[in-house]
Design a protein around this ligand. Structure first.
Ligand SMILES: [Zn+2]
Ligand SMILES: [Zn+2]
Length: 206
C-alpha cells in the first residue's frame, strides 16, 4: 500500500487517531487501505495527524512516507523522536512465539510457544473496521504463504535477516534453513480460497 503525506485541502477530515478534525493546511498522513465498497479492489485513505499516526501503530509507515515528502515538516525533531519510540519490526520478520495462540496461515496448525514464526502484515476486516496486524506462520511453512512466494525466496531471506531483530544468530541460521525447506510447500495459487473473516485474530503481542 502506498501511504501518503499531504497538506489538508479542507478542514473536514477527521483524524482516525484522536478523532478531532484535521485543520485545513495542516500536514496529514494518509493510510491507504482496501476500499470495501469497491468491487475492483480499489483503495481509499484514512487520515491522521502525523503525530497521531506515529504514536498509533503506523510509525514505520509515517517514517517511510516522510522519505517521499520534500516539503517542510513542522516540529520535525519531535516527530522523529515519536516515530523512533514507536517503530515496530518491519514486515516480514521472524520471532520466537511468545505464546501458543496463533494459528499458522499456511498449514492451519497452532504454532507452539517458543517456535520460530514468521509474521507478514495482514489487513483484516473486523467489527472495528479494517485493522492492520501480523499474520503468522511456521518458519517451515513460510513459502507456502502467498505474500512470501510472491516476494521470492532470496528477497524473503534477505528481508527476514534484516527485520528479525529479536532473533539471535543461531536462531537466524535455523530460520534460513527452515525457509529453504519451506520451498517444498511453495504457494502456487491453486486451491486458493477467499480470506476468511479475521475476528478471532490473535491480539497477542505480549
Ligand atoms: Zn489526531
Ligand atoms: Zn504451518
Amino acid at each position: 500500500m502506498a501511504h501518503t503525506i499531504e497538506v489538508a485541502k479542507s478542514g473536514r477530515a477527521q483524524c482516525r487517531g484522536c478523532r478531532n478534525k484535521i485543520e485545513k493546511n495542516v500536514l496529514r498522513f494518509g493510510e491507504e487501505v482496501p476500499n470495501m465498497f469497491s468491487e475492483e479492489g480499489g483503495t481509499t485513505f484514512r487520515w491522521y495527524h502525523l503525530e497521531c499516526a506515529a504514536k498509533g501503530k503506523l510509525a514505520n509507515e509515517v517514517r517511510d512516507a516522510l522519505k517521499g515528502w520534500t516539503g517542510d515538516v513542522p516540529n520535525r525533531e519531535a516527530l522523529d523522536k515519536l516515530i523512533a519510540e514507536h517503530l515496530h519490526a518491519d514486515y516480514p520478520y521472524a520471532e520466537r512465539a511468545a505464546n501458543g495462540r496463533a494459528k499458522c496461515r499456511v498449514c492451519d496448525a497452532t504454532i507452539a510457544k517458543g517456535d520460530i514464526r514468521v509474521a507478514f502484515e495482514r489487513v483484516v476486516e473486523t467489527q472495528m473496521g479494517l485493522q492492520r496486524g501480523p499474520g503468522y506462520m511456521h518458519s517451515t511453512c513460510t513459502l507456502g504463504y502467498k505474500d512470501a512466494a510472491q516476494l521470492g525466496k532470496d528477497a524473503l531471506q534477505t528481508a527476514l535477516k534484516e527485520h528479525s531483530i529479536h532473533l539471535n544468530d543461531a536462531d537466524k541460521g535455523q530460520l534460513a534453513k527452515d525457509v529453504e525447506a519451506s520451498e517444498s510447500k511453495m504457494w502456487t495459487g491453486e486451491g486458493e480460497e477467499g480470506e476468511e473473516g479475521g475476528e478471532e485474530e490473535e491480539g497477542d503481542d505480549e
